[in-house]
Design a protein around this ligand. Structure first.
Ligand code: GZL
Length: 312
């Protein structure tokens, strides 16, 4: 009778999956703000299909309240596992406790949260953004080795309050503070988009006539800034040194064309690892608390060589 009741209610077959063994994942995506995000969504969708995992996908349009609503909806739908890329670091404890109380495991992918309660999620799969900022800073320090005059830097930050914005800012600052000639003369969010990146860079150019370097937390803001720099009659990559993060196709093309000087890769291809972790978590297996994605950096010459093989 009990077995019949369980199956009648779509109960679990013991390994956490539905009776037909098919896992259902609720996935809350940040939005569709950048080339990186599009590539990440494609990777997740393709990997879910290949893994035979049913994906319930929600696009939050970069709003935390939409992600919270989506997670609540996944809990009500009794999905087997929830995965999401938190648009900002804070404000998740309440909704993640609801998922925990419902016995639904949560996987953080791409971005982390700042809650001290690590029992709210099983693992965090994503890049080390502090390391990405450090790599950007290290390239700049080497590029300006031996020069003594002040180097004026403007910074286009990602979404305010997001882990990549906070960490890429901090990692970069930590490295360049070693040499007092490096000065960040302006820093503002470009919201990870081309349009906002162009708008803010235009304002920077109007306020400062002596910009030497742009550090943009993603390619898309860098590409928008390039439009503003050219509109101001300056040569991107020559008059203003440009460093970005991501290494999506359009960014790599600008790097190969000499309009960007250095790109730190941030891989969006998290789908296969995410589905592998989801299967293990649903089966009740132990998974590492932190899975760091492997990634590299690109100079202009390296971009020319790498472009033909780029997947995104
Ligand atoms: C980084 C990711 C960031 C990308 C941006 O993992 O969260 O968000 O760097 C994207 O391009 O918008």
């Amino acid at each position: 009778m009990v077995a019949a009741t369980l199956s009648a209610c779509g109960g679990e077959s013991g390994n956490g999956a539905a009776d037909d063994g098919k896992i259902t994942m609720g996935f809350s995506q940040v939005g569709a703000e950048s080339g990186w995000r599009t590539a990440n969504t494609d990777s997740v969708r393709k990997a879910a299909e290949e893994a035979g995992i049913e994906l319930k996908f929600s696009d939050a349009q970069q709003k935390q309240e939409n992600q919270i609503k989506a997670i609540r909806s996944f809990v009500q739908q009794k999905v087997d596992v929830i995965a999401f890329s938190p648009v900002v670091e804070s404000g998740w404890d309440t909704v993640l406790k609801e998922a925990k109380d419902a016995g639904i495991p949560v996987i953080l992918t791409d971005r982390a949260i700042d809650s001290p309660d690590t029992s709210l999620y099983k693992t965090f799969l994503g890049s080390d953004f502090v390391e990405e900022g450090k790599k950007a800073g290290q390239w700049l320090v080497e590029a300006y080795q031996g020069k003594s005059e002040q180097v004026n830097i403007v910074e286009l930050q990602g979404n305010t309050g997001s882990a990549p914005a906070n960490d890429r800012r901090d990692g970069f600052a930590e490295v360049i503070k070693a040499d007092p000639k490096f000065k960040v003369i302006a820093s503002q969010t470009g919201e990870f988009t081309r349009a906002k990146g162009k708008e803010v860079m235009d304002a920077f150019l109007k306020a400062h006539t002596d910009i030497d370097v742009l550090y943009a937390h993603n390619d898309d803001m860098g590409l928008g800034a390039i439009e503003a720099i050219e509109a101001a009659g300056k040569k991107p990559g020559v008059d203003i040194t440009i460093i970005t993060v991501d290494a999506v196709r359009d960014g790599m093309q600008a790097l190969a064309d000499g309009k960007i000087n250095f790109i730190v890769e941030c891989s969006p291809l998290l789908g296969p690892q995410l589905m592998d972790l989801a299967k293990k978590v649903v089966a009740g297996e132990t998974v590492p608390a932190r899975v760091v994605t492997e990634e590299t950096t690109f100079t202009q010459e390296q971009a020319k060589a790498a472009l033909p093989q780029r997947q995104y």
